[in-house]
Write a protein that binds this ligand. Structure first.
Ligand code: FE2
Length: 362
């Protein structure tokens, strides 16, 4: 079967935030993203300011409104600082939009070319869960900084922490909607279901969730979808949905080739990670077998390990990166494993629930 919608990879994620200038500073100083481009009043754009930040192949855009009557402000009033756009790079936006429209996608912006002296960037936008959209980007005929309207920033930025690429992006949806969106990815984008976790596998006394991992034809794009399951108390997914006021991006996982170095640098820059019970490391080697890393160092840094039939992975989760308990980041290093650390979910849930309890939300 041919892939009717070949996707080259994640292009970018755009976040709508209250103060893009300060957000850009945080992602530079703390996460080591380099400020590369800017769009705003100085570049002739009147209604918004955007910062284009880059590390490895990870591109993040932070956008704020410049006037009160703005869809960006309405988005932030409802959701807080949050991911608005998941950008996917394709070779042919016209063909992509033709395919997804014929298959029933809700088109927000038809295929359109944006031109400046550096060439043409083509995009097309479809509606995704909640207020999120998926933007298809064709950039092989554009040589400029990110997109027309952006101008390069002359800044060195802080030392990078080794983030290399977006590994996966997870969306939380309401109870009963996971199957709809899994089917949507199959029908509209030709994705297949990689794995399915039920509440039997992912539950604690209080919290439970169900998850389906959707993957595109090349395996480059992995988009898990979570929904809450019935638990004794409010699950972490419900807490997200309450504070985000609807479905949205729960976490963005970024890969690194040296997770110990990345996490050590992030900790030095005061990033808070989910605390892992110390007992987790006592039984670690029995659970995952031999690994290259030193267990004492992993314990010291709070890095989790999981193994499946293909290999193992190392991962860690930040605390939410804004006051609302919504969006957070994951750092992941894969050694063969194509999974998502399901063996860690239980240990992690205990930790997440402890944080929820501290927030009075359990
Ligand atoms: Fe993840």
């Amino acid at each position: 079967m041919t892939d009717f919608l070949p996707i080259r990879g994640f292009d970018h994620v755009e976040l709508y935030v209250g103060n893009a200038k300060q957000a850009a500073h945080f992602y530079d100083r703390v996460f080591g993203f380099r400020p590369v481009g800017k769009l705003g009043l100085e570049t002739g754009v009147r209604d918004r300011a955007s910062y284009y930040m880059q590390q490895g192949n990870v591109r993040l855009i932070f956008t704020s409104a410049l006037s009160p009557d703005s869809e960006i402000n309405r988005f932030c009033a409802l959701h807080g600082d949050a991911a608005k756009v998941i950008g996917l790079e394709v070779g042919d936006v016209e063909a992509t939009m033709r395919e997804v429209k014929a298959r029933g996608a809700t088109v927000i912006q038809p295929a359109q070319g944006f031109e400046d002296k550096n060439g043409v960037l083509k995009t097309g936008v479809v509606r995704y869960a909640g207020d999120c959209v998926i933007k298809f980007v064709e950039r092989q005929h554009y040589r400029g900084t990110f997109a027309p309207g952006f101008e390069p920033i002359q800044a060195f930025g802080s030392e990078a922490v080794g983030l290399a690429a977006i590994d996966h992006i997870v969306t939380n949806v309401y109870l009963g909607e996971m199957n709809y969106w899994a089917g949507w990815f199959e029908r509209i984008l030709g994705f297949t279901q990689l794995t399915h976790f039920t509440d039997k596998e992912i539950s604690t006394e209080y919290s439970a969730l169900m998850s389906k991992v959707m993957e595109n034809g090349s395996g480059k794009i992995k988009l898990p979808i979570n929904e809450p399951a019935e638990g004794r108390k409010r699950s972490q997914i419900e807490e997200y949905l309450d504070y985000h006021c609807g479905p949205g991006v729960q976490h963005i996982a970024m890969s690194t080739k040296d997770i110990c170095k990345t996490v050590r640098m992030l900790r030095q820059r005061d990033i808070d990670f989910l605390r892992v019970p110390d007992a987790y490391y006592d039984s670690l080697l029995k659970r995952v077998g031999n690994i290259e890393e030193d267990v004492d160092e992993l314990r010291d840094l709070g890095i989790l390990v999981d193994r499946d039939e293909d290999g193992y992975l190392l991962q860690i989760f930040t605390q939410p990166v804004q006051d609302r308990p919504t969006l957070f980041f994951e750092v992941i290093e894969r050694h063969g494993s194509r999974g998502f650390g399901v063996g860690n979910f239980k240990a992690l849930f205990v930790s997440i629930e402890e944080e929820q309890r501290r927030r009075g939300n359990l």
